[in-house]
Design a binder for this molecule. Sequence first.
Ligand code: ADP
Ligand code: TRP
Length: 335
Amino acid sequence: MTKPLRILSGMQPTGELHLGNYLGALKQWAALLQGGQFEALFCIVDAHAITAPYEASELPSKVHDALVTYLAAGLDPERCSIFVQSHVPEHMELAWYLNAVTPLGDLQRMTQFKEKSEQHKHNLNAGILTYPILMAADILLYKANTVPVGDDQVQHLELTREICRRFNARFGEIFVEPQPKLSSTPRIMGLDGQAKMSKSKNNALGLLEEPKAIEKKIKKAFTDPLKLKLGDPGRPEICNIFTMHTALSSKAQVDEIAVNCRSGKLGCGECKQLLLNVLLPELEPIRHRAAELKANPKRVLKVLNDGAAAAHAIADPTMKQVRRAMGLGREVSGL
Ligand code: ADP
Ligand code: TRP
């Protein structure tokens, strides 16, 4: 029997998920479930979130909010398992073992490490450096083949593959080399156009924001700085509003917008209105479903219980193999 293709991905529960998370990852996760050819696991990576400053008393409600957003955005718990990383302690155990096959220099070269160590200069914890090892453990534990992520995670995936090769070369072919899978919009810029849209950068459009707030933010959003008035030619390739059109508008409409932007016929105001015409109807059902789910916490918690059980059922045999191969654990001592 051929083994099923397995996908795994995750997000940190560090604040309201944003349009970049949705168009770069979450929307694709939901779409991948439709085909039915994957066995899918989606994780809320709370143990990653503790590497940034956080309030312990607030973390459970953030985990709950992330779950609600996963479900509202279309992850069907009948077709996938959704679980919380810290509910499956094998992640942390495997991460520690993988430390032993991870070159320190590779960790220090990670772009996210360089950025974060700059950001937290006076309060740098070792978790910021070893963060990608825990991510590698999340993926390798399930022998996932495919990891749908935004482009900022591709470097971490490359390191995961390196860790996988090193481990297998030393201890035997236990892990599967995973491939990243990018959506058609793997990088959505922030509304100020300065950096990637991110929860921590105050440049995000929250997925569950009210239509009025979304309208206001889109109207103020950064576009091509050389296009100052109607009639000026624009450059769709550098415009974030255009990128969002490519994810949400029809191919014919995207082509027409590109032509009319370049010729100067389409102004940024009108282009933004065209975007709102597709964005608001896309987000409205998500917001409604999220409100319904928030009112039904029992149903939501059942998803996490089932998800943790399904995850554990895969993680446990993998860890038995790993411990045996590494000469660790009670079994190898004959106990
Ligand atoms: P954030 O950077 O806001 O903290 P995460 O690091 O938790 O978000 O990212 C979760 C997922 O969403 C990852 O797959 C990541 O690549 C994707 N993602 C995050 N920001 C963006 C963005 N601006 N554009 C496209 N994908 C993104
Ligand atoms: N590191 C990812 C991020 O910052 C989140 C993540 C943790 C992840 N574990 C993962 C993504 C496993 C994919 C697979 O966005």
